[in-house]
Design a protein around this ligand. Structure first.
Ligand code: ADP
Ligand code: ARG
Length: 375
């Protein structure tokens, strides 16, 4: 299945040469709509893309050439999607708002699409007390944010040239980092398959095996203009042209959430002096997928909870009550291994960065307590 997907991907990107062709893509809209409207799906796309919404949006286009087809392609081709929608470009969030607003409100559980100004928390106490002082439960901690370059489209509309341009800009900015954050860029175009696999196995590097992202255009032109930057001890990383133009990541072994968070905030503050990110007052930072908007922040721990793992229903309930999302340890759509889960904050929009961190921190505290109490 995975091999077949990769070979489909190779022929697709060879034939496309990573160029967007809006005309051609416009023309697959009726077919996508047929699949979506006639198929069964529990996705937010199916729920909110009513006939009325479709009719209203079907002929609209963003300034960069994004269409409704670009927004719904993944969810129409993958009826098993949970969300199923991606934005064509930053402006797409307004052009296609009759679809995107209800999807955003539904996912982030808010009554209105609005977002507070960026706030990383009180300067003097960005730290958090140790979550797991004995190191019994937390294997590692990771906090990431997504960012998009202002003025550039998202993957289905981007050309190879635009991706290259964004890669060059980002490398130039990353190369100005100093001290602990200073590092080097490793291009996916020149990395050996062994180096790539090792980085994936160690949880640092992204893959290209997500069919939903692939169908959204996320792997167009792969592996061109993709790569990873990291510092010597791999505690600060930047993904270039994975799902988002940019993902800034801070991670380390153990449960020192404060140290991980402070490092990320310091990197963001330095990089935003060199780069301009797509931002809207209503949505916060704009990303390809509506699930990542706003703070774009996902703070996770890999946590060992063997007792709770025996009763996933209980674990899932604690997660839901605390607005947390459990994942497997090899990333989204993977399973837990040996009672270890990736657990993170679920909400990213409608709250500040600091509040998103607190949601994760307080929820994980409860999970540790529940594991201690479990038989
Ligand atoms: P994201 O959407 O945040 O990029 P993914 O679920 O795609 O997350 O995971 C990306 C990679 O990060 C995977 O290799 C995953 O195992 C790794 N990862 C996520 N959280 C942690 C963590 N707390 N510690 C170590 N690795 C992690
Ligand atoms: N499009 C996928 C779905 O609808 C993933 C959504 C969230 N994940 C992401 N990586 N953006 O289920």
């Amino acid at each position: 299945m995975y091999k077949k997907y990769c070979s489909d991907l190779a022929s697709q990107s060879a034939s496309q040469s990573g160029k967007s062709n809006t005309q051609e893509k416009m023309s697959d809209l009726p077919e996508l709509w047929k699949k979506l409207s006639e198929g069964e799906s529990k996705s937010l796309l199916k729920k909110h893309c009513t006939k009325e919404v479709y009719e209203k949006l079907k002929d609209k286009k963003s300034k960069l050439g994004g269409t409704l087809a670009d927004c719904i392609r993944s969810g129409a081709l993958n009826l098993n999607s949970g969300v199923g929608v991606y934005a064509c470009d930053p402006e797409g969030y307004e052009v296609f708002k009759e679809l995107l607003d209800p999807v955003i409100m539904d996912y982030h559980k808010v009554d209105k699409v609005e977002h507070p100004p960026c706030d990383f928390g009180p300067q003097d106490k960005l730290g958090f007390d140790p979550l797991d002082a004995t190191g019994e439960f937390i294997v590692s901690t990771r906090v990431r944010v997504g960012r998009s370059h202002e003025g550039y489209p998202f993957p289905p509309v981007s050309t190879d040239e635009q991706r290259k341009d964004m890669e060059n800009k980002t490398i130039a900015a990353l190369n100005t980092l100093e001290g602990e954050l200073k590092g080097k860029y490793y291009s996916l175009e020149t990395m050996t398959p062994e180096e790539n696999q090792q980085l994936i196995d160690d949880h640092f590097m992204f893959k290209n095996d997500d069919k939903m992202l692939g169908d959204a255009g996320g792997y167009n032109g792969w592996p061109k203009a993709r790569g990873i930057f990291f510092n010597d001890n791999k505690t600060f990383l930047c993904w270039i042209n994975e799902e988002d133009h940019l993902r800034f990541i801070s991670m380390q072994k153990g449960g020192d959430v404060g140290e991980v968070y402070k490092r990320l905030v310091s990197a963001i503050k330095q990089l935003e002096k060199k780069l301009t990110f797509a931002y809207s007052k209503r949505h916060g930072y704009l990303t390809f997928c509506p699930t990542n908007l706003g703070t774009t922040l996902r703070a996770s721990v890999h946590i060992k909870v063997p007792k709770l793992a025996k009763n996933e229903e209980v674990l899932n309930k604690i997660c839901a009550d605390n607005k947390l999302q459990p994942r497997g340890i090899h990333g989204e759509h993977t399973e837990s291994v040996g009672g270890v889960y990736d657990i993170s904050n679920k909400r990213r929009l409608g709250l500040t960065e600091y509040q998103a961190m607190q949601e994760m921190y307080n929820g994980i505290k409860e999970i540790i307590q529940a594991e201690k109490n479990a038989k």
